[in-house]
Design a binder for this molecule. Structure first.
Ligand code: OSB
Ligand code: MG
Length: 371
């Protein structure tokens, strides 16, 4: 079975609240949606998680559109690589641009699962029908505000709190949360804002019984993280530094981290995520969890599917639609109940894109009809 048309939508969505990390803040953001339409009338959807600017990674929504339109879609067509595994093999010629690759690969996975009338999570090898939901909280204007937000999310049932930190917003917020809210499941994410020169602060953070410290050091580093791992009791979790299965293997061999956050966009899609799962969990026996990039409900569906894998041992950065958006782009919206999101039994990602809403929010639409 083949694909007859691909549509890229540049939809602009507005977060309920501004989301600030050590690398910048965002409120209005582009969601690049990839729609593949099969010759059998079935279709599949993916989402490119590249941001407006090259802050989290070098990719931006514009580079992703360029690479998809001018390289990845033509490669898919030329090689007739319409199933996700063939596509990702053919796409290896393109170096990097993992978020662009993942957007199209995910759409092909969703198409494949819908054609088989199977939930995507089962096709990927998932083993649970609900996933643990955590919440990632940006840097706030004040400690009081932060504590209030954390407390509200705990009341909503979220099973773990992650707060963003940066030099100057680290010990005080953590101390305040511990003082006000006690021994809650808490972790921090620095998005690469520190170096080994910050050892004093990092050592103090080590005393707060955090579940983990996520990506404290440089975004490409493995060596300094290995050094830091040896010096702290708190587990180190890598995010930005793990961009491929090869990097995961290196991180294991160097002991750079005890845990990794797998974001399929960052590593080039589901197939690459499964390879990382094999290396990190099945071979090395280490735990992982699934990270997020403030996706709309479409990208979130792909995250939910991956979070059913057996190596996922911590709550994920996969929250309910209402934590991000006034109204999500999918029906039904993603809901957290008692701290969990149900993995849908419906085929594919298990939710349907709201086409009217997507058309309305799209500033640009690129249609590629296959010959
Ligand atoms: O580092 O995990 C991160 C959002 C954008 C860019 C990087 C990160 C994040 C998050 C949000 O932490 C997680 C979510 O989607 O809820
Ligand atoms: Mg992170």
């Amino acid at each position: 079975m083949a694909v007859r048309r691909v549509i890229l939508y540049e939809a602009w969505v507005r977060l309920k609240r501004r989301f600030e990390t050590s690398f910048g803040a965002t409120r209005e953001r582009p969601a690049i949606l990839v729609r593949v339409m099969g010759d059998d009338g079935e279709e599949g959807w993916g989402e490119v998680v590249a941001g407006e600017g090259p802050w989290y990674s070098y990719e931006t929504y514009e580079t992703a559109i360029h690479v998809l339109r001018d390289y990845l879609i033509p490669i898919m067509i030329r090689e007739r690589a319409y199933n996700p595994k063939d596509f990702i093999e053919a796409a290896r010629r393109v170096r990097g641009h993992n978020m662009a690759k993942a957007g199209l690969e995910h759409a092909l996975w969703d198409l494949e699962a819908r054609r088989r009338r199977e939930p995507l999570w089962r096709l990927l090898g998932g083993v649970r029908d609900r996933i643990e939901s955590g919440v990632s909280i940006g840097i706030q204007p004040s400690i009081e505000e932060l504590v209030k937000i954390v407390s509200n999310h705990l009341d909503e049932g979220y099973r773990r709190i992650k707060i963003k930190i940066k030099p100057g917003w680290d010990l005080e917020p953590v101390k305040a949360i511990r003082r006000e809210l006690g021994d809650i499941p808490l972790q921090v994410d620095a998005n690469a804002a520190y170096s080994l020169a910050h050892m004093q602060t990092l050592t103090k953070l080590d005393d707060y019984k955090l579940l983990m410290i996520e990506q404290p050091l440089h975004y490409e580093d493995l060596l300094d993280h290995a050094e830091l791992s040896r010096r702290l009791k708190t587990p180190i979790c890598l995010d930005e530094s793990i961009t491929s299965p090869r990097r995961a293997l290196e991180a294991y061999k160097l002991d750079s981290a005890q845990i990794i956050n797998v974001k399929p966009g960052r590593v080039g899609g589901h197939q690459e995520s499964l390879s990382i799962h094999r290396i990190w969990y099945q071979e090395a026996g280490r735990p992982l969890w699934i990270g997020g990039m403030l996706e709309t409900g479409i990208g979130r569906g792909h995250l939910v599917a991956l979070a059913t894998l057996p190596g996922v041992k911590y709550p994920n950065d996969i929250s309910g639609s209402n934590r991000y958006y006034e109204k999500d782009l999918v029906e039904p919206e993603w809901r957290v109940e008692g701290g969990y999101i149900r993995a849908p039994e419906r085929p594919g990602i298990g939710v349907d894109p709201d086409l009217d809403m997507i058309e309305t929010l799209s500033k640009r639409r690129i249609v590629v009809d296959l010959p």
